[in-house]
Design a protein around this ligand. Sequence first.
Ligand code: PGA
Ligand code: ZN
Length: 422
Amino acid sequence: MSRIERLEGLEILDSRGRPTIRVTCVLAGGATGTASVPSGASTGTAEALELRDGDARRYAGLGCRRAVGLVHGEVQAALAGRELASGPDLDRALIALDGTANKSRLGANTVLGVSLAFARAQAIERGIPLYRYFAELLDRPVASIPRPMINLFSGGKHAGGQVEIQDVLVVPLLAGSVDDALATTFDVYRAAAELSAARYGMRALTADEGGLAPPFGSPEEMLALAVESIRRAGREPGVDVALAVDVASTHFHSRGRYCVGGRELDGAGMVELILEWIDRYPIVSVEDPLAEDDWPHWSELRRRAGASVRVLGDDLLCTRPDRIRQAVESGAADALLLKVNQVGTLLEAADACRAARSAGWSVTVSARSGETEDDWLADLAVGWSADHIKVGSITQSERLAKYNRLLAIEAETGLGLAGMRG
Ligand code: PGA
Ligand code: ZN
């Protein structure tokens, strides 16, 4: 049992310079946990609500002072002094206190900050690493380290929309360790920066997640340059290093039409385009290939894409167990992108993870485009035995905090990287 003595909130800035919240939880025995909450830009409609101040005179309405006030006020008043056996106990209390279906009263940012800070405090109280604490929540052994999917090129909402698709990522297939995966990616990233400079005659500017963002003329140009970068780095595309794509197509879809690469496609046309990309490029994972409400075409794509490609749902699923079950029943996807702040508590995210696992899906634990220097996500991905982790590129400290934590966990545990299907 743990008793919360005190909760503190602090408004801090994320990697885009926008406010977010950091929460500290002090337990009666003195153990103290602090955690910071990330924030997305390319969000799904079904995500839980992020509480913002809405005061246009300060941070364009994005301030988090109300969330901080709730931590100090209502949430602390409700929870301080309570005996709590575990994180799920606390999360159930937070869900009941909020009382809404989408955390719209307290805000998913407020709730998640408390949920995570308590988890850290309890792990410290019990003297166990955070990844072990997370593994116990799911009742699973810590078996492997997730294989990183690392951002190489960005477009869409993460790079000012110079090309519609959001991310092209590298997946080091042969790497046996995080160390290996990062060293391989370094070579590919460097090759990509050189090629971008030569081809587009500009310094390598980076996007929100540290990916390179040259002014590609089309998504195909972006995919082709990724393949060329892998080759230039002395690796064989599809053998040593494969590609993952976050199409994020919800964000270039409106009224049944997808506007991409100068084309205007309906859902069936979009399915054909994705199948063509899978055919032409060494793609092992395709995320949000269709819009968040285009369920029939998701199912058609999953049926036709073949077993060597995972169809990964982000905006489609929003880490919600009910939407995952719908996707399992309709065969819409076979992989979950798990972002805890899409639902707001560890308890609900753990349910989402279980729902995906029991359908035989793969799980990718993901950061947000607006991140902080906190590294809890690496512990979560290891603790929940994710197949992949997606945190952005190998530049920028808010991304590296997670990769560096994975390196430390790897050194501490000696665990190997999760394998790939096929
Ligand atoms: P977001 O997007 O964090 O900007 O919402 C990340 C993603 O789409 O995977
Ligand atoms: Zn996504």
